[in-house]
Each structure stands twice: as structure tokens, then as C-alpha cells.
Design a binder for this molecule. Structure first.
Ligand code: CP
Length: 327
């Protein structure tokens, strides 16, 4: 396999053209096939990537670590609380030094108004690709796996009604990067995207404007509603998920009056029944069971969350294989 995108940073899919994303998906499908048929895929033999995590992770860390091993390379997991970063070492110094040791640096930093800037600063100094594992604005690995899953399940994506719906949760104040990445990417594949949320959970104005532009340029559509039932009605795909009120309220408090006023935003069987008969339920996971969604939905026949999570492995491998070539 040629590392066609050798040296490219992977921070937001907005910086990747549609044919380039299609190529990443093509490689993801091939790697999925090869993984399921035990076909060796040593495309990154002797390559090393450093995985820096400022936050917790299950899917992202393990899809990257397992994925790089399956490609013949090695991933070093770095808990940033154990790095000199925690004593104030700069992104610049960290990027220059780690890039002199290996072939890729991947990082999760979701701190509001910090994370994306941190990745950009590393990208300015690194001599190897910077791969986002989620920041405060974007989660490109998740969005790519979501797109792959929708294609697998639905085939044609044109004019699918895809509803990205805010949901009540108390586990932590979550980043906006998953819904933000989805509203930017899905209209590029001509989906009819509905974004639904209670007032107070807005996404940034620039992202809304860009989502509309992406829809207009690619034959999709994008609209906003504050009516949860309207978003579920007639949907082909529903993605009910919590995100924090970061745009209007930078407090890190998880539970506040606004959140509690919207306990009713939950994905129940009644909501699923409003969708198309074969509506699919997606969630990036981890889900706040009982709050965002009832067990009978996430464990039920409409749910494709485990397929979605599995595809994180195949898409992560595709990204690494395509950007981490020989130095
Ligand atoms: N969806 C996702 O990024 O999961 P983790 O936080 O477990 O990596």
C-alpha cells in the first residue's frame, strides 16, 4: 500500500477533500476485510506513533494501539499527567522531540478553547503527521467511522434523513466535537442533516454556516430544530448524544439548571417509533445509559453502536497507514 497522504496532518476532515476521504474509506473497507480474514497488513512495519492523552479513552486509545500493532508498528501510550507537559513543557518542544523519535504523533486534548490550538501548535513544529484523537472542536476519527458505518448499513447516503439530537446526560460535560464534526461531514455526502437541541446548547456560528455551505455544495441539506420529536420523525439515522453548553457557558460544572430543565431529551422506544421502520440508532459511546438512551433502544434491533465502535479500528488503521509512511 502506498502511503498516499504521507506526512499529512489529520486534525479535521474539513482539510481533506471528498476524494481523499473516499480513499480513506476505501482503505478502511479493505483493512476491515483483511482483519476479518486474517490477512497480514504490515504497512507500517517498524513505525512508531506516540499517543498523547489528556483525557480518558476506551475506543480511541485501543483502536490506535491495536491498529498500529496489526499494521506491524508500535504505539506508545502517553498519559500526559505523567509527561513533562504536566510541568508546563510546551507543545512545540514536545512535538519536535517526539517527532525525532518516531513517525506520527496522535493527541487527544479536549479542553475548551485549548485543544485544537494545542494540536495546531504541535503541527507547526512536528516533522511527522499530527493525528487528532479528538479536540475541543473536532473528532475526525469518530466522524470517519460514523460515515463508514452509515454507508455499510444504508448504502446510498443521498437524502438520508440523519438527525443529530442533543440528549440529557450527567456523566461529564462533554465536548461538542462529535456533533460538530458530523454536521460538517454528513452534508458533504448529500445527507439531509437535522441538528436538534434545546436552546443553550448551540454549536458555534461558524460551524453552522460551514455545514450549510457543505450541504449547498454537495446536494445535501442542513437545518436546526429545537423540537426533539420533529428530529426523530421520519429519520433514517438518529444520533442522540449529549454535548456541553460550551459555546454559551464555559463553566466546567456538569449539572446546572439548563441541563436539568432538559431531562426529557432522552432516546426512548417511543422516539425510535417516530423514525422510519428501519431507522438506525448510533452513538459514539460511551453512552450515559438511562439518561441519554434507554437500554431497550441501545441494546435493541435498531442499534448499530457496536458496528460503529468496531469501525473505529478499521478507520484508524487506514488513517495511520496513509499518513505515516517512510520519513
Ligand atoms: N467515541 C470515543 O472517542 O470513545 P473514547 O472516548 O472511549 O475514545
Amino acid at each position: 500500500m502506498q502511503p498516499l497522504f504521507k506526512g499529512r496532518h489529520f486534525i479535521t476532515l474539513e482539510e481533506w477533500t471528498k476524494p481523499e476521504i473516499d480513499k480513506l474509506l476505501e482503505v478502511s473497507y479493505q483493512l476491515k476485510h483483511d482483519f476479518l480474514h486474517n490477512v497480514p497488513t504490515p504497512y507500517l512495519q517498524d513505525k512508531t506513533a506516540f499517543l498523547m492523552f489528556f483525557e480518558q479513552s476506551t475506543r480511541t486509545r485501543n483502536s490506535m494501539e491495536a491498529g498500529l500493532a496489526q499494521l506491524g508498528g508500535h504505539a506508545t501510550f502517553l498519559d500526559t499527567s505523567m509527561m513533562q507537559v504536566s510541568h508546563g513543557e510546551s507543545a512545540k518542544d514536545t512535538a519536535i522531540i517526539l517527532s525525532s523519535y518516531g513517525h506520527g504523533i496522535a493527541c487527544r486534548n479536549c479542553f475548551w478553547e485549548v485543544g485544537n490550538k494545542y494540536l495546531r501548535e504541535m503541527a507547526a513544529w512536528s516533522t511527522v503527521p499530527i493525528i487528532s484523537l479528538q479536540d475541543d472542536l473536532f473528532h475526525p476519527m469518530q466522524a470517519l467511522a460514523d460515515l463508514m458505518t452509515i454507508q455499510e448499513v444504508k448504502g446510498e447516503t443521498k437524502h438520508l434523513k440523519v438527525s443529530i439530537i442533543w440528549a440529557y446526560a450527567t456523566s461529564h460535560k462533554k465536548p461538542i466535537s462529535v456533533p460538530l464534526s458530523q454536521i460538517l461531514l454528513f452534508p458533504r455526502y448529500a445527507m439531509d442533516v437535522t441538528l436538534a437541541y434545546p436552546k443553550g446548547y448551540e454549536l458555534p456560528d461558524w460551524a453552522i454556516a460551514k455545514a450549510k455551505m457543505n450541504a449547498a455544495a454537495n446536494g445535501g441539506s442542513f437545518r436546526i430544530t429545537h423540537d426533539m420529536k420533529e428530529a426523530f420523525t421520519g429519520a433514517d439515522i438518529v444520533i442522540p448524544k449529549n454535548w456541553g453548553s460550551w459555546v454559551s457557558n464555559q463553566s466546567k460544572a456538569v449539572v446546572d439548571d439548563l441541563l436539568e430543565a432538559n431531562r426529557g431529551w432522552k432516546c426512548t422506544e417511543e422516539m425510535i417509533a417516530l423514525g422510519m421502520p428501519d431507522v438506525k440508532y448510533m452513538h459514539a459511546l460511551p453512552a450515559d445509559r438511562g439518561n441519554e438512551v434507554v437500554d431497550s433502544v441501545i441494546d435493541g434491533p435498531h442499534s448499530i453502536v457496536y458496528q460503529e465502535a468496531e469501525n473505529r479500528l478499521h478507520t484508524a488503521k487506514a488513517v495511520m497507514a496513509m499518513v505515516m509512511g517512510n520519513k
